[in-house]
Design a protein around this ligand. Structure first.
Ligand code: NAD
Length: 500
């Protein structure tokens, strides 16, 4: 790193003509450039199958930056750092040409042999590319070498182990940056600060004062053109194994002794180790699955999941999951962490609700008007902020209690959250900070938790599918999951919460 915080490195993006590169990576690099966080000493080699000249590639990069809504000042200078290599990922000759190009750019820009290999391609290529990078000499460098790898990291524990072994032949664990873009979101990163920087919360953050925690990530979109991938994944593998469990780990971890990568990761790993194993017949007591039917959403007819392109007409794949996780340790024994995620739901929203226990004696009791519990809501997207729901005296005569809300809002703009997540994560990778990336132990433990649930689901077809309507809250069984424990999901509307 240079003294003013600028980074110098050669970044090779495999899959440079793809959706991820164009929608997220180029605009994120541009923002870093505009903020002065990329020095003049950086170069990007875009790698993909299609033949393109450097000039054509640079035009693509400029276009993606403009389409991301950036003002595009300095864009010509930015784009001049981009080069293109048409590549066959399975052919050593192609890697030899890439190596020559990398060496030239390294000399030209004075990059000190620092290399970042970003795999933004279909997951079946991750292992072969990592093996070729080593065998064809691209990882023989003077500076640092880092591998950034997109999700999905395997399909289950077995395939994840196989992929990890391939990667580890070329990169050590601390050189592997496994992207979970939720870990780049501002308000997910804020969980630690809210917890550990506030005397108000940390003493209460345990089973004596918290009754349950709810983590929701809902989408209004269906699977669109991703049917082929989604059929092999489903909501459990696509969302729970990574994003949902990562948020739970941040909520549940013990305070690290220092804010270092190793300390934070080791506390998160302890949470994964404390997750109660759920398997076999027990699965139906803890997890609910759903699949969307046909219907109307925002006044438009939308097809059922089974009628989406590349989806089996009798598909048993879940597009919705709700689950109850128990963390069997001193801090959390007895506190359910409820999670739910799904497609084609009524709102696009990610939020966390921490419900505190009721006061021991309700002095303000009124028949048919229960006192609200205190709630801390962390709004992750599209709104970004925190609301704290308390009770206070209702204005006017008498001493009735009413709900009041303290709120803090980041100035979030819809859809701007995710590119910023990539911006933060790319910068972290350039600086060599792997805190907000998933360690192998986290990946392995979360797969072994999730595999037992998918084993149970794969062995039994859900005859109720499709079992929820587009625009709804998901299947009714998800409400029962909580009501049998005496709880209910909280609904957040315009930063206000209601029982549902
Ligand atoms: P995509 O299909 O849009 O792009 C794939 C890229 O790989 C293209 O540039 C293509 O030219 C290249 N490619 C394919 N086969 C090749 C070959 N044999 N040799 C050389 N290049 C080849 O995919 P995407 O949506 O950009 O996703 C890439 C990865 O990122 C996937 O692992 C995906 O799961 C992950 N991801 C994507 C998003 C997203 O928003 N698109 C979000 C999260 C994770």
């Amino acid at each position: 790193m240079s003294q003013n915080g600028e980074q110098k490195s050669l970044i090779m993006i495999f899959g440079a003509t793809g959706d991820l590169a164009n929608r997220k990576l180029f605009p994120s690099l541009y923002r870093l450039f505009r903020k002065g966080l990329l020095s003049d000493r950086f170069a990007v080699i875009g790698v993909a199958r299609r033949p393109l000249t450097n000039e054509q590639f640079q035009e693509n990069v400029k276009k993606s930056v403009v389409e991301a809504g950036e003002n595009a000042g300095g864009i010509a200078e930015f784009a001049s750092h981009f080069y293109y290599h048409s590549h066959d990922v399975t052919d050593s000759a192609s890697y030899a040409a890439l190596k020559g190009m990398a060496k030239e750019l390294d000399n030209h820009y004075g990059l000190g042999g620092n290399r970042i290999f970003y795999l933004a391609m279909a997951p079946e290529f991750f292992g072969p590319i990592a093996l070729h990078l080593k065998s064809d000499g691209l990882t023989d460098v003077q500076g640092f070498k880092r591998l950034v790898i997109e999700k999905p990291f395997g399909h289950d524990l077995e395939s994840a182990i196989e992929l990890n072994e391939q990667i580890r032949t070329a990169f050590s664990e601390d050189e592997v940056y496994r992207i979970d873009h939720y870990l780049g979101k501002q308000m997910v990163q804020n969980i630690e600060v809210i917890r550990f920087a506030n005397a108000l919360f940390e003493p209460l953050w345990n089973n004596r004062y918290i009754s349950n925690i709810q983590v929701t990530s809902s989408e209004t979109l269906g699977v669109e053109e991703r049917g082929r991938y989604y059929e092999t994944s489903g909501a459990l593998r696509d969302m729970v194994q990574n994003h949902m469990l990562q948020m739970v780990a941040l909520l549940a971890m013990e305070p690290p002794i220092k804010l270092t990568t190793d300390e934070i990761r080791s506390e998160k790993i302890r949470v994964f180790r404390s997750l109660r194993t759920i398997e076999g017949e027990e699965v139906s007591n803890y997890f609910v699955r759903g699949q969307y039917g046909a219907g109307t959403l925002d006044g438009k007819e939308v097809p059922s999941y089974r009628d989406e392109p590349n989806v089996d007409k009798n598909s048993n794949t879940e597009t919705y999951v709700a689950g109850k996780l128990m963390i069997d340790n001193q801090r959390w024994a007895g506190v359910p962490f409820y999670i739910r995620t799904g497609k084609r739901l009524g709102a696009k929203s990610t939020k966390i609700i921490v419900q505190f226990k009721d006061v021991p004696m309700n002095l303000y009791y009124q028949p048919n008007k229960p006192l609200n519990p205190n709630l801390l809501v962390i709004h992750i997207q599209p709104e970004e902020g925190i609301t704290l729901h308390l009770n206070a005296k209702k204005a006017g005569q008498g001493m009735d209690a009413t709900e009041v809300k303290l709120s803090f809002a980041n100035n979030a703009i819809n859809e701007m959250n995710t590119p910023e997540a990539y911006e933060l994560l790319l910068y972290d990778c350039m600086r060599g900070d792997a805190t907000n990336f998933a360690h192998w132990d986290e990946v392995a433990l979360s797969w072994s938790f999730v595999d037992k649930i998918s084993d149970a689901w794969e062995s039994t077809k859900d005859e109720s599918f499709p079992n929820y309507e587009p625009g709804s809250r998901g299947p009714a069984a998800a409400d029962e999951l909580l009501s049998k424990d005496g709880f209910f999901w909280w609904r957040v509307r315009d930063l206000k919460v209601e029982r549902c």
